[in-house]
Design a protein around this ligand. Sequence first.
Ligand SMILES: Cc1cc2nc3c(=O)[nH]c(=O)nc-3n(C[C@H](O)[C@H](O)[C@H](O)COP(=O)(O)O)c2cc1C
Length: 200
Amino acid sequence: MPDNAVFATTPGPDLLTLLETRRSVPPVSLVEPAPGPDDLMRLLTIASRVPDHGRMVPWRFVVFRGEARTAAGERLAAVHRSKDPEAPDAMGKKIATSLSRAPLVVAVVDRTAPSPKIPEWEQHLCVGAVCMNLVTAANAMGFAAVWLTGWAAGDADARAALGLAPEESLAGFIHIGTPTERPAERPRPDVPSLVTHWVG
Ligand SMILES: Cc1cc2nc3c(=O)[nH]c(=O)nc-3n(C[C@H](O)[C@H](O)[C@H](O)COP(=O)(O)O)c2cc1C
């Protein structure tokens, strides 16, 4: 961005190339280094720079790093065990390690609230934008990321075990780290078939 620019109105080729080539990377292929505290705060600030109708701020973040990832995963596994004691060990293990595969995980909590002016649907869209902004910004900073939900996001008791209020939901766990692999490209939508031009 030029020194005299008020803000970047024309993204350069680097940003467009990133957007054209970014791939999600599985958590097992994300290793240290992850963003440090200052970089993380920068990423969360960028993530929060979203269109937000009525300035509802319908999101908040929960950060899992270091030992806290294992402790949180074990808490989730305990909830799962209490609900499904017959579940295979592999399932319990998968849940117990669900937050400790990548070095840094950010839960994006959706705290959409009833409003006389702003439909709840719009608030959910806004939280989705926060998630995607976080993924994109992490990539722009030289890391890789993936947006996952999984069992815990869909279970009210699991969400409560992570400190979410009953009226909150989990938009996703954004796993962030340094990639050890570049996944192959996956099929993409046939965009022209998704486009119509309004002719009246
Ligand atoms: C809300 C949401 C939840 C997702 N949850 C999962 C998940 O639990 N497991 C999974 O394999 N992919 C999940 N995905 C898909 C991945 O984030 C990602 O889109 C996919 O791996 C392909 O990534 P790419 O097209 O960004 O490379 C989810 C995507 C979204 C938008």
